[in-house]
Design a protein. Structure first.
Length: 271
């Protein structure tokens, strides 16, 4: 298969179960780069066995870690996947067809559509899990990741085309994985809020929970996916509420920031 002057960039930490599938799904990338933040499983060895160059970088936060990865790539065009994501054969074929024109043009980036596998099978109706548009292919001279600790986004000016075929996201093998991710993401988001001196508005908390649930369950069509859709909506609403409770605690009890960091590090949830 012909390759393109493109780097597949993946940031990892203990992703031994999924990294091979991710790397193997992009056979046309001239370079595969894994930026690892200290895995103590077989992630590094598996990545190297599947053709990746591995660079160590202590954890900087999602946005900064992705920008560091961009700086380490040997090619200007970069495809970013998480370790639990992988290209479908249809998307791999579409990319091989469209990459020459993209690379020859002035577009800063390209949107890919993501299909989420939840509880062992794809979601069918929930809108963020069916064809969600994400900017994941970009020219590093024309785009840059935000510096957010979590929920980072790719920033660029100008129009970006969208590919039709999806890539897959094997999201959280079981509910405990999801709950641990919620705990970690909430902590990171609250630290960003602390840096920004965001006002505390606990009076919003009950309304935030209700509105987040209704948004996902009704307006984003989660209810059409049955009980799996209910669980997704409930988890999203709980996350929205917990972030505000945790931020209230951080502001009113600053010592809890370091205490929580120590606990999360002890259980390998934070790093």
């Amino acid at each position: 298969m012909p390759t393109f002057p493109l780097t597949l960039a993946v940031i990892t930490h203990n992703e031994a179960e999924s990294i091979a599938r991710c790397l193997d799904s992009v056979p046309f990338a001239a370079e595969k780069l894994v930026v690892d933040s200290g895995s103590d499983d077989d992630t590094v060895a598996i990545a190297q066995a599947h053709g990746a160059r591995v660079v160590h970088q202590d954890w900087l936060g999602f946005g900064a870690q992705r920008n560091f990865a961009s700086s380490q790539c040997r090619h200007d065009w970069i495809l970013v996947l998480d370790a639990d994501e992988y290209l479908s054969p249809e998307l791999a074929a579409e990319l091989q067809q469209r990459l020459p024109a993209l690379m020859a043009g002035a577009a800063p980036a390209m949107y890919l559509r993501r299909s989420t596998i939840y509880m062992g099978r794809p979601m069918r109706w929930y809108r963020p899990s069916v064809g969600e548009k994400l900017a994941r292919l970009y020219h590093r001279g024309r785009a840059r990741w935000s510096d957010a600790r979590v929920h980072e986004s790719l920033r660029f000016d100008g129009a970006a085309p969208t590919l039709r075929a999806p890539f897959n996201h094997a999201n959280n093998p079981a509910l405990p994985h999801k709950q641990l991710k919620v705990l970690r993401y909430a902590e990171l988001k609250c630290r960003d809020w602390l840096d920004q001196r965001k006002p505390v508005r606990m009076w919003q908390a009950p309304f935030v929970y209700a509105l987040a649930f209704l948004k996902d369950y009704l307006f984003r069509l989660a209810f059409l996916d049955g009980w799996r859709g209910f669980l997704i909506a409930q988890t999203a609403a709980s996350y929205a509420l917990y972030k505000r409770m945790r931020y209230y605690e951080m502001v009113n009890n600053p010592e809890s920031v370091a205490d929580a960091a120590d606990l999360l590090n002890k259980h390998h949830i934070d790093r």
